[in-house]
Write a protein that binds this ligand. Structure first.
Ligand code: SF4
Length: 503
């Protein structure tokens, strides 16, 4: 379906209008210099999850299998819009339906034929892989609704369908109930004037001969990290102490940064900072590390030997594949354990399940078999390991007692570091990878290439458990996962030793 436009009117896609919502310069760059965009690796994984949920939505919204998918990779944008117009007469569900009207175009995830009285209408549904409704989803469907109405499509409802985390997979490819619909018809209708203004603004911005002058700021990471960030930074005078190094930039402090256009830590007023933020500012400006060695030693003085250093890796899937699993439920599949005895001997044990079967039970059994019954268990950010152990204890009544006593022995090394230590090279982060090189320069995650963070570990796991992954590749991923997890617990040992070192 197409509308009638003045000859020269530029038609903006929904994604371009969403780019405008983030920042006018981003829209201009998308139109004129898209080749400068560098999306972070995490967006690839996000898009892959979106595709997976989108594919599933097609089967959920088309149980009779008479729906039609508009493939713009084959048809092209114009072809997709024309093909959609032809499909609408058939009154069947249309997926990735191409619509154009009011100066914009959108490809709608689902158009479902409905009736309102005697009128033939459509439900417009946008499918999201997230576990909740977000502000940007409202913008998204407001644009789609505007385009559909401008194209003359009678809508009965405008909805977002997102992943319902209370859904439990019962097997047999039965995903009925995976998506939860939220009706945004009224909301989208009430924003039609707003959308018209975005389109007019977007067309004006896109037609500018020069890129708009915009300063990088908090908008560059909201709702997602902008792919032009590296480029935009090259255009600005370098900031010696970027404000992004300040942790927990939230609430009134965030608003102050935004409203004042603050780019440098030096311009943050001390009275607005928490004690920890003030320390970050002070140490960054002085270039010196803060280390309350006596305090750290006092906190780490009581050790029940052997000292144990434990780290888990876990996967969460938007579309559960194991019976009884919920969307985005965490499943630990790997752990590494270093054991240090009082006489200084260090041993390593590990567990990794790449069978592709639901890993929780075997993981819990291996954990109890390999972690000694005695000893303080040091972890980094205990809330993660704690929540995993609790979930296992809740599921497996026969293992509950030993799992609960393991949980009781956890000791969070991060808490000590957060209060007793800060090095300017951490740049406001207490991730293990940031702290490690400042205390233990000879141990570096950068030496690991295939897997060197939790995100890559999940990607490696997901690839390794695919039935069609060749055995050689699986072995490679197995090695990379083991090396990564082992380095994490070796890092815990070395940080613990550095903190206890009398200096
Ligand atoms: S990096 Fe920031 S300033 Fe540059 S285009 Fe993106 S959002 Fe705009």
């Amino acid at each position: 379906m197409t509308g009638v436009y003045p000859m020269q009117m530029r038609i903006l896609s929904k994604s371009k209008l969403m780019a405008l919502r983030q920042c006018p310069r981003r829209l201009w760059l998308e139109v004129h210099q898209r080749e400068l965009r560098r999306d972070p690796p995490s967006s690839e994984a996000r898009f892959a999850v979106g595709d997976l949920v989108g594919e599933l939505a097609r089967s959920l919204y088309d149980p009779d299998e008479n729906g039609q998918f508009v493939d713009i990779d084959v048809l092209g944008v114009e072809g997709g819009i024309e093909h959609t117009a032809a499909l609408l007469d058939k009154r069947v569900p249309v997926f990735e339906a191409g619509l154009q009207g009011g100066g914009a175009r959108a490809f709608v995830d689902v158009l479902r034929p409905t009736r309102k009285g005697s009128a033939r209408t459509w439900d417009l549904i946008e499918v999201k892989s997230s576990a909740s409704l977000k502000g940007s989803h409202r913008d998204d469907v407001a644009i789609q609704s505007y385009v559909a109405r401008s194209a003359g499509l009678p809508l009965s409802a405008v909805k977002v369908a997102y992943v319902d985390t209370s859904f439990v997979y019962k097997g047999h490819d039965d995903y009925q109930g995976l998506l939860r619909e939220v009706d945004l018809t009224q909301d989208a209708e009430s924003r039609q004037r707003e959308v018209a203004d975005w389109i007019a603004e977007g067309q004006a911005v896109a037609d500018l001969p020069e890129m708009p002058v915009t300063q990088t700021g908090l908008q560059c990471r909201t709702p997602h990290r902008c792919g032009f960030l590296d480029y935009c930074r090259t255009l600005e005078a370098p900031v010696e102490f970027p404000v992004q190094w300040m942790p927990r930039l939230q609430g009134s402090l965030r608003e102050h940064v935004r409203s004042q256009g603050i780019r440098d830590l030096r311009d943050l007023p001390d009275p607005l900072l928490s004690p920890q933020q003030l320390r970050v500012k002070t140490q960054t400006l002085s270039g010196l590390a803060y280390f309350d060695r006596a305090g750290a030693q006092a906190e780490l003085a009581d050790v029940c030997w052997p000292a144990l250093f434990l780290d888990f890796e876990a996967v969460q899937l938007a579309v559960p594949i194991w019976v009884g699993a919920r969307p985005y439920q965490m499943f630990p599949f790997q752990f590494s354990l270093h054991t240090l005895t009082q006489d200084g001997s260090l041993n390593h044990a590990e567990y990794l399940d790449l069978s592709g079967e639901e890993p929780a039970r075997r993981f819990a059994e291996a954990l109890l078999a390999l972690v000694p019954m005695e000893g303080t268990v040091f972890v980094w950010n205990a809330s993660f390991e704690q929540s995993q152990i609790r979930a296992l204890a809740a599921r497996f009544a026969d293992l509950r007692g030993p799992l609960q006593s393991l949980e009781a022995r956890l000791f969070d090394l991060l808490k000590v570091v957060e209060t007793r230590y800060y090095h300017p090279a951490q740049k406001g982060s207490w991730k293990l990878k940031r702290v490690l090189p400042t205390l233990v320069p000879d141990l570096d995650h950068a030496a690991l290439t295939e897997v060197n963070d939790g995100h890559m570990a999940v990607l490696a796991y997901t690839e390794a458990v695919q039935p069609d992954t060749p055995a050689e590749r699986r072995a490679e991923l197995d090695r990379a996962l083991r090396a990564y997890c082992a380095m994490d617990t070796e890092a815990l040992v070395r940080i613990w030793q550095a903190l206890r070192n009398p200096g």
